[in-house]
Design a protein around this ligand. Structure first.
Ligand code: GTP
Ligand code: MG
Length: 704
């Protein structure tokens, strides 16, 4: 179903293209590669960026303005690892990986003992523990791992076009045996791309092998900055989708598209009208760190009877003992010792409650910037979202900060996942005396931004509330200071969401977000949201990318056994007849006759987000698609597109800057399950990240 969008706030295209032209004229990849000495040193202690000509401090390894490397390819053969790493990349910390493994098993346990109140969605995490990352890379250099990494790197190089000088040079610098021990604390050098790629996958495949490390948190050193103007995200995504539909794709999946059309669902797959009175609503709770998402989720669960008084007493007592009394409600969702100790959510927690109209699946996301990849994993399943903002002075402003604030990033991501109805929960109103002025101020600030993301005014509800003082959650506010507010309370607003549309009559498709293994019983369960089709006990499913057939032994929905699950349901599918190691998070369960594509080389239409660093040919990025994540390299920038019409404005540009749309080709380190967006939205939406920030959103237009 095409999404209805508006174009949001217009911005001046001309300005953008002026910017672009400046980049174009100043930039020659080949020159950089062949004559690194051309980097201009203006005077002692300063170097001039070859792209934007900004004079940077000599201590900087990348341009402070556009993020381009100072001398990315300096002395390929004599790369000195002691020099500042030229480019950096996030990898999962070993600690993330360990907790990932633990949580996978906890999920099943939790679902049973806690009556499904909450469970954790673990994911392949991009690091929270920067110091640990460096240790990881240090330990690995020189080990047998290293040779594996080199093999992989060589394989990748075979694919890489020889004209891509930048990547060749990266490869050379990697082979020059530089020690990762000399890398700056906090980040791993991108030259070790195979290690990066392996780390990304390792969180799924080798979780139990990783050492548990320390928990230092290092500030994100992202050089992305706030470009000021907001930008119509969805108008561009819409143009992308229109163009994707207009026959841009090649024949790779034409046969499959035909067979999709031929698919005839069996009768049991279609929902019976009288069957379930409550529709399932997957509700993502997103927003900047510490805005009160987990406290809100915990309080709602308590008020709606999903957390008993006894359990609540236990949380209160335990949190007080640890000096974290204010986190008592959040403890219902933040279950791990580390989350509780640090007072932040790190993985998405899943919980359930029923409203009048919906069986609500709460996806409580982490707000901390280091865990955006986890937030993506959970929120990508959402039908609707609550964007929680903190009304207290300074906190709202921090969330709106273009470079560091997650209010903006989460809102952009949620919209690009296809979520078009949201509630903005303006929380902590008690800290501003329930001031109408403050509420109106926040609303006006955020509204402009949300419109620019493509949210329609009519699809956004604004609710002032205080979780701590239980104002406006499941009943109208009792505090007189909120008497100026006459809208719905939170639970009412949730019931006002339009029911999501479901693709029950299409072939089965379940992107796997988590895997629970119980080796002693020889059981493996794949968890995720049914994006299309239906499944029941006894059904045969194809497990991708390993392409093995398994049989569904049983199903759990909302941690209760069920016999049939249909599109929209969030389920755990217990499989038999397959080696558990072949079922991986990031994979897909599909209909055996309608296998999803597996791809390594993809053509994308992307929109570079406001404030992001430019994307160049050869840029190394973190590629996210449904629950899969891979290291990717930009192999080609085919064309720049007009953001409004989607028409090609320039062929083969050398780079794309913030707010520009373009067609690019990326080569992934390992293949992922993917589909063209025009055919399957859930498997056709992508996100590109680097340096801990989302730099672009887009869609798959072609599997090359
Ligand atoms: P992350 O998951 O780490 O992003 O944080 P979060 O958004 O889940 O915030 P959390 O629920 O952990 O709450 C953070 C702090 O805000 C806790 O100390 C809460 O007690 C406090 N808090 C939450 N809601 C309110 C509120 O309505 N008023 C006040 N004064 N404090 C609140
Ligand atoms: Mg939280």
């Amino acid at each position: 179903m095409p999404r209805k969008v508006n174009y949001g706030v217009d911005y001046d295209d001309d300005d953008d293209y002026d910017d672009y032209d400046e980049y174009d004229y100043g930039y020659e990849v080949e020159e950089n590669v062949e004559t690194p000495s051309e980097e201009e040193t203006i005077n002692h202690g300063v170097w001039r960026c070859s792209i934007c000509t900004y004079d940077n401090d000599a201590t900087l390894s990348a341009c402070d303005i556009c993020g381009v490397l100072r001398s990315p390819l300096v002395n390929n053969s004599t790369y000195d690892g002691k020099k500042t790493a030229p480019f950096k990349f996030d990898v999962p910390s070993p600690d993330d990986v360990v907790s990932n493994g633990l949580r996978s098993s906890k999920l099943g346990l939790k679902a049973n003992i806690f009556d499904s109140k909450s469970s954790k969605v673990s994911s392949s995490v991009v690091g929270k523990n920067e110091a640990a990352k460096v240790q990881l890379s240090t330990k690995r250099s020189g080990s047998s791992y290293d040779s594996t990494a080199k093999d992989k790197h060589n394989r990748l190089n075979e694919i890489i076009s020889s004209k891509n000088l930048e990547v060749d040079a990266l490869s050379s610098s990697r082979n020059s045996d530089n020690s990762s021990a000399s890398m700056p604390k906090g980040r791993i050098d991108i030259v070790d791309e195979s290690i990066v790629a392996d780390n990304l996958r390792s969180s799924v495949k080798r979780s139990s092998l990783m050492p548990k490390e320390i928990h230092n948190m290092v500030d994100d050193s992202s050089s992305s900055r706030n470009g000021g103007e907001v930008h119509s995200l969805t108008s561009n995504v819409k143009n992308m989708s229109l163009a994707a539909k207009s026959g841009h794709s090649k024949d790779t999946s034409a046969g499959r598209a035909n067979s999709y059309a031929q698919y005839k669902p069996e009768e049991w797959m279609l929902p019976e009208k009288a069957e379930d009175s409550l529709t399932q609503l997957n509700l993502a709770i997103v927003g900047h760190v510490d805005s009160g998402k987990s406290t809100l989720s915990g309080r709602l669960l308590h008020l709606l009877g999903r957390i008993s008084q006894k359990e609540m007493h236990k949380y209160e007592k335990e949190s007080k003992l640890q000096g974290k009394g204010s986190f008592a409600y959040a403890w219902a969702l933040d279950e791990s010792a580390e989350e509780r100790e640090r007072g932040i959510t790190m993985t998405v927690a899943v919980a359930y409650f029923d409203s009048k109209r919906y069986h609500v699946v709460v996806l409580d996301s982490p707000g901390h910037k280091d865990f955006v990849p986890n937030m993506i994993t959970g929120a990508t399943q959402a039908d609707a979202a609550i964007l929680v903002v903190d009304a207290s002075i300074g906190s709202f402003e921090a969330g709106m900060d273009g470079a560091k604030g997650q209010t903006r990033e989460h809102a952009q991501l949620i919209r690009s996942f296809g979520v078009d109805q949201i509630i903005v929960a303006v929380n902590k109103m008690d800290t501003v005396e329930y001031s109408k002025n403050r509420f109106d101020f926040l609303k006006s600030q955020l509204w402009t931004f949300l419109r620019s993301c493509g949210f329609k005014d009519s699809s956004v509800s604004w609710i002032p509330l205080s979780v701590v003082e239980n104002q406006n959650l499941v009943a109208a506010p009792s505090d007189v200071r909120l008497s100026w507010y006459h809208g719905p309370y939170l639970l009412d607003a949730i019931d006002s969401f339009q029911p999501p549309t479901r693709d029950c009559s299409k072939p089965l498709l379940i992107p796997i977000c988590d895997v629970i293994r119980s080796p002693s019983q020889g059981q493996v369960s794949a968890c995720g949201k049914l994006e299309a089709g239906a499944v029941r006990s006894g059904s045969k499913v194809l497990v991708m990318p390993s392409a093995n057939i398994a049989t569904v032994r049983s199903l759990e929905r909302g941690s209760q056994a069920c016999t049939i699950a249909r599109a929209g349901d969030n389920v755990a599918v217990n499989l038999h007849g397959i080696d558990g190691n072949l079922v991986l998070a990031g994979g897909v369960l599909c209909h055996p006759d309608f296998p999803v594509a597996i791809a390594k080389h993809l053509e994308l239409k992307v929109l570079v987000l406001d404030g992001a660093t430019p994307i160049l040919i050869g840029s190394q990025l973190e590629f996210h698609i449904h629950h899969a994540k891979e290291a990717a390299r930009v192999a080609k920038i085919s064309s720049l597109l007009d953001s409004k019409t989607g028409k090609v404005t320039k062929k083969a540009p050398r780079c794309i800057v913030a707010k520009q749309s373009a067609v690019v080709e990326v080569i992934l380190h390992e293949p992922v399950c993917a589909e063209e967006f025009s055919k399957c939205k859930a498997l056709g939406r992508v996100f590109l990240r680097t340096l801990g920030r989302t730099v672009a959103v887009g869609i798959v237009t072609r599997i090359v």
